[in-house]
Design a binder for this molecule. Sequence first.
Ligand SMILES: [Zn+2]
Ligand SMILES: [Zn+2]
Length: 357
Amino acid sequence: MKAIVPSGSSNLLPLTTSDNKTNKKSSTKTKKRKRFSKKNNYFDESYIAKVEQLAKIKQKQEEDKASVRLHSFNGGTKSHESGPVIKKGDKIKSLKSASVSAKVKSSSTLDNVPVDFPETILCFEVYHNKRKFLKTQEFVVLGRQFLTEIKDKIYCLTDEIMKKVGQYETSGYFLIEDVFCNDTRGYSSIDYSKPILDWLENSKDDALEKWEYIVAGELQQKQKDLLDTEKKQQLPRFKAVNMQSTRFCDIRFRLGAGYLYCHQGDCKHVIVLRDMRLIHPEDVQNRAAYPLITFQSKLRYMKCSVCKIYRAQKITVDDKWASSNPCYFCDVCYYMLHYANGSLLYNDFSVYDYLHE
Ligand SMILES: [Zn+2]
Ligand SMILES: [Zn+2]
């Protein structure tokens, strides 16, 4: 550092870069620094600021590293404590099952219900209500479990919004093949399948026409021309059952086929039963731990458009002082921009709570 500023030199900058490394061992730092700041205060300040900035970044990186290590370490110990029966030697061998058993801990609390044999395990996928090809969750569920057990574990933003506005209701159905499985547990549950079944009953021709189109798509007409067949499509015999009294082993389904989950009026998701197998000794043997979440898509959050640091908590629309429309705000920035001495400055805009994307 000493030679960064050779005594009497007025040409500071080039020397700073070239001599920096070779003279680190010098012991007369203070002397030099005095001279340095005297001669060129501007460069000194910007240099120190830069170093401080880099030190901060470095520190942040170290903290991140430490937290990641801590996290994975915790996961490991958790699984060791809570896993089914994991011998010491097996700990590394089955990483995947270890991570699964870590999740079991959080969901199953203290219950320990042995699994009946033979039991089947099903892989159940849920897709996004709008981005239809985006898988949001994946579960492992037992064949003897009721469909409501998995419904209660499905996460959807619509549920959260309805809870916020106090209009949440438990009604909903799974349409699997030709069976509507209605959730009728709630006191004021609505049978969503009823108007559909009524329409099928009362408008048979209309329904059949639509069904033919659904089944064959645009190829229908071409096939008809080619085969010259008068064979009429048959409408499936749709029926309805209660979800809470229907188990996976009670229903007929095809692996990999897309079925429907509908809730909160008309929030619809594709669901897929992807795989089926017998339970294995390495699977979690506690029935209360199922349905196990094996995949959960990462939730995306927007940052506050003002400070660009904190997660957005509010979103405004048609807000004349906002930088964009719609505009995201953290609570702090929102109140700083819209309130003075506790009173709202203007109200010709709409504001909503923001949860996530
Ligand atoms: Zn939904
Ligand atoms: Zn902010």
